[in-house]
Design a protein around this ligand. Structure first.
Ligand code: AR6
Length: 178
């Protein structure tokens, strides 16, 4: 049993966690979906911080992650990661999605953060099938937490009940109550 993982149904921008993960695009300049919601709630300071990262490091490749301040969000930091665009599953989509989760966890741990919230990366505009994406999310995070002390607590934030049920079922199957 791994009580370090929890499913939360609702808006990720409301969470009082150390780190909120954003499902961004390579430009880091904002967009729709959860990216738009996070930028709206965080205010203009977030876009300014993203511009600085962009100037220093260029675009954020799919599977990579970068960290910024969180502006007006209750969180302390935002980790921006980029999921794969779904092209049918034969274009390294699974590996890229796994990397997006793992690099976000590594970055949070490297910065000493204790709690982190993930949206369902890639499953909106980018078109990754929900069940397959949830399986990768649950497996990658569970495996990571069995090996590492930080982050202590991870939330899978689901925007609708169907997705929340999916995550809960997968976590129960792995013997990881939430
Ligand atoms: N809180 C939690 N989850 C949310 C919220 C929210 N406020 N809003 C949406 N979701 P998407 P992607 C869920 O499209 O597929 C952007 O334009 C949503 O229901 O946000 O990785 C970026 O700039 C879905 O389950 O991300 C990129 O261009 C999940 O978040 C592109 O979309 C992810 O959907 C990235 O596409």
């Amino acid at each position: 049993m791994n009580s370090r993982i929890e499913v939360f149904l609702g808006d990720i921008t409301t969470l009082h966690v150390d780190v909120v993960v954003n499902a961004a695009n390579p430009s880091l300049m904002g967009g729709g979906g959860v990216d738009g919601a996070i930028h709206r709630a965080a205010g203009p300071a977030l876009l300014e911080a993203c511009k600085v990262v962009r100037q220093q490091q260029g675009e954020c490749a799919p599977g990579q992650a970068v960290i910024t301040l969180a502006g007006d969000l209750p969180a302390k930091a935002v980790i921006h990661t980029v999921g794969p665009v779904w092209h049918g599953g034969e274009h390294h989509e699974a590996r890229i999605l796994e990397e997006a989760y793992r690099n976000s966890l590594n970055l949070a741990a490297a910065n000493g953060y204790h709690s982190l919230a993930f949206p369902a990366i890639g499953t909106g505009v980018y078109g990754y099938p929900r069940a397959a994406a949830a399986e990768i999310a649950v497996n990658t995070v569970s495996d990571y937490l069995t090996r590492k002390p930080l982050p202590e607590r991870v939330y899978f934030v689901c925007y609708d009940e169907e997705n929340a049920r999916l995550y809960k079922r997968l976590l129960t199957q792995r013997g990881q109550e939430t």
